[in-house]
Design a protein around this ligand. Sequence first.
Ligand code: GDG
Length: 506
Amino acid sequence: MKDNKGRFLVVSNRLPVTMTSNDNKWEAKSSSGGLVNALDPVLKNRGGFWVGWPGTCEEVKMSVLKEILGPISKKNGYRFMPVLLTKKDIEEYYHGFSNSVLWPLFHDFQSRCDFLPEYWEGYIRANEKFAKVVHGHASENDFIWVNDYQLIPLGSMLLNKNPDLRSSFFLHIPFPSLDVFMKLPWRKEILYQLTCYSLVCFQTQRDRRNFIECVRVFYPGATVYGRGHVIKVRIDDRAFLAGSMPISIDYRRYSSLGSSGPVVKRAKQIKDEIYTEKMMIGVDRLDYSKGIPQKLKGFDKCLQEHPELREKLTLFQLVIPSRDTINEYRELRNEIELLISEINGKYSTTRWTPVIWRHGSLPETELYAAYRAADIAIVTSLKDGMNLVCKEYCASKGRKGGVLILSEFTGAAIQLSKGAVLVNPYDVCDVSESIYRAFMMDEEEQKARMKSMREAIRRQDVFWWVDNFLRAAAGKKLGDFPEQDLPSLWPGLFKIKQKYNAGKPS
Ligand code: GDG
């Protein structure tokens, strides 16, 4: 098992599939989300591993896991390695420390944090479980890529198990400023754990700057060398790299999907069904960081200030269910429903409903048809590590126009600042006027802005991101992990079987 030339080993909280059981019948559904959508095309057909929680706390027999995950592994061309977690783990590690401490704090929502010591204990316990699975399958030659805030301690745990098991880390969410980070009761531990990776990488230079500032305060003797995407940090006798690389999408795939016959045809149908002159799309996970109420309030104000837009502009808002067992998220859903019914109650006519919304996911082609049909896309995140929705929207438009309204507080705003209409989501007037401006923008300006955004996304697509990450972490590029058939899980097993059979009397 451990004699290989080096494989890709991605670790994230969730596997790209979720296992569910109904009357003891198990099935796996693919899960979507920024991280999965970015990493799946990278891992596809490269014969590596994805380690993560399969989304269930129920006891699952090994035979069931193999039966369910085996065929999906084969289809995807990489293997799924489940980490089994208990209800208590999920309560304390996932809902607790990850989503009630790190997520709100790193998105600047300090007042939403619950700094409970048992959450920290659960976080460490669950990370140990991940470390055990990774350690059981990885060799020193493998490229171990740990993803996101749920797994910050993993790198240091792997080093404790085997000092040659080096790993790299990418933080998909923002890294907060020093004064916010200081509020974390486990700030010393979290910072130390981040410094144990060979490469610790952030979405933007701003996030990395925040991190380096924290390093300088906690390790006054630290030295920092270099500039650009990757810099070197030395703390006493330890050295590691700190990077900043914006994650992106598989631009070519999404751009050709957006221009494909079925998507274009369906986009036309959607446009006809919507009825109004223009359609504006919003696609967000149900999360307070995405600023959905701020978007709705801005739209309300726009319809109030500019009555000429009534019956001419419809908002199609897709809300993807997320963490819906948490009270706060249920409350957010109620708030959104209330705001939508207020807007629709105020302005609807017999032939027009201002906000059409859906709480649920769409199949990929349907989502791209909706992007394609939309004249405007609106992202009003209060804080967002990157935001892939805005990049997907631009890719789907082909050479057509379309306007992107984008929150200043997304990582993507740095790359797309020339083409997008940037907005401060906390300023209801700004949101309202940006919608009006987007509605009125002429075709020529739209096309010019869209072109510059598409160019930026095409130049730095998800493969650029991976190549840069690999080059910095291991001096490799994606091509060094060629496409291949899924290798056997136990390469030695075939030989042992042969030997055994050879020794057997015929
Ligand atoms: C985190 C960070 C960072 C959404 N609805 C459907 C669907 N989606 C897909 C989109 C997009 C993804 O979900 C959402 O990605 P985002 O980047 O917008 O947001 P998060 O999920 O919060 O992701 C974020 C990201 O990690 C990557 O680093 O950009 O800042 O918060 O890809 O397409 N996909 C389908 N149907 C839907 O209804 N098929």
